[in-house]
Ligand binder design. Structure first.
Ligand code: DC
Length: 227
């Protein structure tokens, strides 16, 4: 039995990938890598430094200054992202980052840097990684591939609740608009668009409770582990 699986969870914005991936990693004793947080932290750096992202040299120089690391938080049960040694876990969820992150993540040079880091972090297995291109590009040979989706209005309500829980002010209509815009850019971009890998299992979470979606994926992983 292969112990240390690579579990890839891809899907649209706000369909519950990260909370699901986090719960699965905790249950299996795996590490969880939030690749969206990496694109967000990079976007935060580029915005804060007024980088002209369409100027090749300026982008190159900026990307060389970015160091991303994950550290355990909450007694080891969660991971926090650090940008050049400073925790940015909260800053990267702000609306001004959400509004720009899809544009930044469509740039091939940015993706190259993130994918390199993601492979280094996940290669040894024992990892649950969530994002848009994990099963298609980052780990096309992942042991388990899940593609999650949910209706837009349901995703918007869930995302709003999450933001409110983190004391980040938000308006439902704006959250919904941002999710729809990001779906569009993420799916239409030329480099690594959001799409289901041929061998991924699709799970629509619109009508599922959180426990149901977590258990469904855990059962899938366990059935593959004994296969
Ligand atoms: O998962 P998230 O909503 O925090 O991701 C933020 C953005 O980052 C998302 O709109 C697209 C981009 N992203 C990506 O292009 N590839 C990934 N593997 C993860 C995220």
């Amino acid at each position: 039995m292969k112990e240390k699986f690579i579990v890839a969870i891809d899907g649209q914005s706000g369909c519950g990938k990260s909370s699901t991936a986090k719960a699965i990693a905790a249950e299996l004793g795996y590490i969880y890598i939030d690749t969206g947080a990496m694109y967000r932290a990079t976007t935060l750096y580029l915005l804060k430094n007024d980088t002209d992202i369409y100027n090749e040299q300026a982008l190159e120089n900026a990307l060389k200054q970015i160091s991303l690391t994950f550290r355990n938080s909450k007694g080891g049960s969660e991971q926090e992202i650090y940008l050049n040694g400073v925790s940015v876990e909260k800053d990267i969820r702000q609306q001004f980052v959400s509004d720009k992150v899809s544009e930044v993540s469509a740039i091939p040079r940015v993706r190259r840097q993130m994918v390199g880091l993601q492979r280094a972090l996940g290669n040894a297995g024992g990892v649950v990684m969530d994002g848009r291109d994990i099963g298609t590009v980052v780990f096309p040979n992942a042991d388990v591939k899940i593609f999650m989706k949910a209706d837009l209005d349901i995703r918007a309500k869930r995302r709003l609740k999450e933001l409110e829980e983190n004391n980040i002010p938000a308006v439902l209509e704006e959250v919904e608009k941002n999710l729809a815009a990001r779906d569009k850019i993420d799916s239409a971009r030329l480099d690594s668009p959001l799409k289901k890998a041929d061998d991924a299992i699709e799970i629509d979470t619109s009508q599922l409770s959180f426990d149901e979606q977590v258990n469904k994926i855990l059962d899938l992983i366990k059935s593959k582990q004994v296969a």
